[in-house]
Design a protein around this ligand. Structure first.
Ligand code: PHE
Length: 455
């Protein structure tokens, strides 16, 4: 059974898997979300906790997810069930896959709205809308976009269609080739932007903001946000990486692959932060500006640099591609399940899911204009969907995967599947996945709950 293949296909080789999973991981979370939540949560204090979460919680859980996916060779829902059976346990572990599919659906709905902003900025850069603007104008232009539901709708819809097209084409076609070309380009452009910010004269301020650790700036809420973001940015806790793992070659090493993916993802987030904050400080912008941060700072920077229009266009194009490859992985677990269990074609599965996420996306989209008064626990639908998924559903999903793999799988199963080079490393991983990762998630959850109830 260990040598079976997924009915959906398989990655051509190990590097394709690394690139595809990095394509899933590197997205709006790195370039849009990381800088603004770091800005809102005091910079350095947040970044340090975030790095700890990546290493102690993210990496071991990513290994666990890939392990289950490759062992089960099916959609996360069915893989969880299969692998639970194989280990002699109850099929209700499939529930973890279900919660993940639901989380993916929720994430997609607001992700697509932000990706829509990116598409709008690609068009705007291309048509010269952002030539010679200052920070004030950039802020106004972004505000005007948010207040315009029709424009938002067009770009949100376009993004959903783009993702549906790839999902309909299946695992191998399109996606592999796209990641091969797009990911290196993304890195090149990020480095160019970094070079600009190093030369902007405010690089030291940006660096200091991200890496200067002030313990008193740390709050429990920031720790929860850092933990949640570690899951979000690594695409963990909802099945994306598990689904991608189910297409991975049997002989490829899970440990090294996962380290590469997590390392690249972290690198991109830090570079994005180092590119954006010097611009923030150089233009007297507010680092805690929230979701609009990237959409306000970058146009200002591009309007000041030589060739900025072309470069701005290319840059937003790359952000769009990054968002695209991530959104594909948000939809893949659900699509694979529909194909496996209901026997739908890839096309039908993608249409069904596309319509659903498009509809929920309307609520997220309206949060900035027509339905801004509709609040859930005091949050707009957009903020609520973000909070619920990143800070609750993903950590919870990751917690259960860790418990499942650490405590319910037989030792033989995980040792065989990971095939780590040294038994010492395996031992270490096993201690982390059994104790450190789940306990860290549980403690952070509990302390936050306590804070909210008492504080
Ligand atoms: N990791 C993606 C990003 O950082 C978002 C994502 C989350 C994708 C969960 C898939 C699953 O943008």
């Amino acid at each position: 059974m260990q040598n079976k293949q997924s009915i959906h296909g398989a990655w051509a080789n190990r590097w394709i898997f690394i690139l595809a999973a990095t394509g899933s991981a590197v997205g709006l979370g790195n370039i849009w979300k990381f800088p603004y939540i770091a800005g809102e949560n005091g910079g350095g204090a947040f970044v340090l906790v975030y790095l700890f979460c990546i290493l102690l919680v993210g990496v071991p859980i990513m290994m666990a997810e890939v392990l289950v996916g490759r062992r089960g060779r099916q959609s996360p829902i069915n893989s969880m069930r299969e692998v639970a059976y194989e280990a002699g346990h109850h099929g209700r572990w499939a529930g973890v896959g279900w919660m993940g599919a639901l989380a993916g659906f929720f994430i997609f709905s607001f992700y697509s709205v932000v990706a829509g902003w990116v598409l709008y900025y690609i068009a705007g850069m291309g048509s010269g809308k952002f030539v010679d603007i200052g920070s004030e104008e950039a802020g106004q232009m972004f505000g005007a976009l948010l207040e315009d539901p029709e424009t938002l709708l067009i770009w949100h819809s376009l993004f959903v269609v783009l993702v549906m097209m790839v999902i309909a084409g299946g695992v191998n076609k399109g996606l592999e080739r796209a990641t091969r070309v797009l990911m290196p380009l993304l890195f090149v452009l990020l480095f160019v932007l970094l070079a600009y910010s190093i030369n902007s004269g405010y690089f030291a301020e940006g660096w200091d903001f991200l890496f200067h650790f002030e313990p008193e700036a740390l709050t429990w809420n920031a720790v929860l946000v850092a933990l949640g973001h570690a899951f979000f940015t690594l695409s963990l806790g909802m099945g994306s990486i598990m689904a991608y793992g189910s297409y991975m070659g049997k002989r490829d090493s899970i440990g090294g692959t996962v380290l590469a993916i997590a390392g690249l993802d972290t690198l991109v987030a830090l570079i994005a932060g180092l590119a954006i904050f010097p611009i923030v400080f150089g233009n007297q912008l507010d680092p805690g500006a929230g979701p609009g941060l990237m959409f306000i700072t970058l146009p200002v920077a591009f309007s000041q640099m030589a060739g900025g229009q072309v470069f701005g266009f290319l840059f937003f194009l790359m952000v769009g591609f990054a968002a695209w490859t991530s959104a594909i992985s948000l939809m893949e677990p659900g699509a694979a399940w529909l194909v496996e269990t209901l026997g739908l074609s890839r096309t039908k599965a993608s249409i069904l899911l596309g319509v659903l996420v498009w509809l929920l996306g309307l609520l997220a989209l309206g949060s900035f204009n027509v339905t801004s008064d509709f609040l859930i626990f005091g949050m707009t639908a957009f903020d609520f969907l973000d909070f619920l998924t990143a800070n609750i559903m993903l950590p919870l999903g990751g917690f259960f995967v860790a418990v499942f793999v650490g405590w319910y799988l037989t030792r033989e199963m995980s040792e065989d599947e990971l095939a780590l080079r040294s038994s010492l490393i395996y031992q270490l991983w096993r201690v982390v996945i059994r104790y450190v990762s789940p306990v860290a998630v549980a403690v952070i959850f509990a302390l936050n709950l306590y804070q909210k109830l008492v504080g």
